[in-house]
Design a protein around this ligand. Structure first.
Ligand code: ADP
Ligand code: MG
Length: 396
């Protein structure tokens, strides 16, 4: 791994891809976790005499400059955290003659932030011309955006192909946390998959069957499995085009020595609404009118038992619609069980990580990944292009 301690940064303009894709509401940042996670790398580079030029995407502006996706609020917030100025190099083109001049004026230890890289059409297509423009701004590249490392974009792969490159502190931490799970997980190794859709997690489901000793499927995606087993799931979320796939996966599992856990009871209600009246039913008794929005207490017990004996646990995707009480209980119970379990635990996925933060158990979990898709691809055993390109980059 090409880590920061191998680089020389004094007096150099260092381009740093960070993940400032923060949640926003009405122009305000609602969660600053991602900004805080970038500080260690920025401070390291500043302390080592670099001129730091940060870049990130925010949301999906689809190649056009749109004010609502501007990184201006992030620059302001970052300056507060750093306790010093951050120059926001605002430009709808991201890189322009003006931006180039501003960067030339930077002094050692100063920090600047480019505008949203996705304002350029060349970002997501890893366009050569855009990557050249970005690369022309600096002499060294640091990839510290784990969450986008599974994508080959101009601001990660494009730069690593053109400049001597390193991974930042956050990416280093992520890769070190995942390494033992990927190579030789301590067993029993249990995966808990939940969240909205089976279709988001097909790759990981199929892949984990060959690796884990226990597999728990919860969240909305469990209902596709329950329906595939022939159960009536009422108005619960189901992906009808994934029923065959769910059957195939269950067949493969039955050929293996895997403890497979699906909900045995669920919390049902008429609609997904705060404090709506709800009840717990066995999965055979969902009926046609109601929908399942969480797992029930018996299912929670089964999962708890599994977690108490596990040595490695990965969790991606909430067990229910945790944002909307009373459907938070399953997710909360899993988080608590994970916190108590002696297992080495990794949680990935934006919503799952948010749930753990909300419950206040973040410190009890061994590693909370900043990458949803990226963490899933790692667990699938895939190579992340944004990391691979850094490893292959030329030497300084
Ligand atoms: P992550 O971001 O952790 O990968 P996902 O994005 O896949 O998780 O899924 C999270 C969403 O799934 C949440 O918004 C949650 O409300 C929803 N969800 C989970 N279980 C259910 C359910 N039974 N019915 C409806 N929505 C659900
Ligand atoms: Mg999500």
């Amino acid at each position: 791994m090409k880590t920061l301690d191998q680089g020389k940064f004094k007096g150099k303009t260092v381009l740093v891809r960070v993940d400032f894709n923060v949640p926003m509401k009405d122009g305000e940042i609602t969660d600053t976790t991602r900004i805080e996670r970038s500080l260690e790398t920025i401070e390291y580079l500043r302390d080592h005499g670099a001129k730091v030029v940060l870049m990130s995407h925010l949301g999906r502006p689809k190649g056009e400059a749109k004010e609502e996706f501007s990184l201006a609020p992030v620059a302001k917030k970052l300056a507060e955290f750093l306790g010093g100025p951050v120059q926001f190099l605002k430009d709808d083109q991201v890189v322009s003659p003006d931006v180039k001049n501003w960067v030339k004026e930077l002094k050692e230890g100063e920090v600047a932030l480019l505008e949203n890289t996705r304002f350029s059409k060349g970002e997501e297509s890893n366009d050569d011309a855009f990557a050249e423009e970005l690369a022309s701004l600096g002499e060294v590249f640091v990839n510290d955006a784990f969450g986008t490392s599974h994508r080959a974009h101009a601001s990660n792969v494009g730069l690593a192909q053109r400049l001597p490159s390193y991974v930042g502190k956050l990416v280093e931490k992520e890769l070190k946390a995942f390494a033992p799970v990927l190579t030789e997980p301590e067993r029993p190794y249990v995966a808990i998959l939940g969240g909205a859709k089976v279709s988001d997690k097909i790759g990981i489901l199929e892949n984990l069957i060959d690796k884990v000793d226990g597999l728990v499927v919860v969240g909305a995606m469990a209902f596709t499995f329950l329906k595939a087993m022939g159960l009536e799931v009422g108005k619960s979320l189901v992906e009808d085009d994934k029923l065959d796939l769910a059957r195939e996966i269950m067949e493969k599992i039955s050929d293996k020595d895997i403890e497979f856990v699906l909900p045995i009871d669920v919390v049902v209600a008429k609609k997904l609404e705060r404090d709506v009246s709800s009840k717990v039913v066995a999965i055979e008794d969902i009926g046609t009118d109601l929908a399942g929005f969480d797992i029930g207490p018996q299912t929670i017990e089964r999962i708890k038992n599994l977690l108490m004996t596990a040595k490695t646990v990965v969790w991606n995707g909430p067990a229910g619609a945790f944002e909307i009480p009373p459907f938070h209980k399953g997710t909360e119970a899993i988080a608590k069980a994970l916190a108590e379990s002696p297992a080495f635990s990794i949680v990935g996925g934006g919503d799952s990580a948010a749930a753990i933060e909300q419950i206040g158990l973040a410190d009890e979990i061994d590693h909370i990944s900043t990458g949803g898709g990226a963490s899933l691809e790692l667990l699938e055993g895939k190579v992340l292009p944004g990391i691979e390109a850094v490893e292959r980059s030329r030497n300084a």
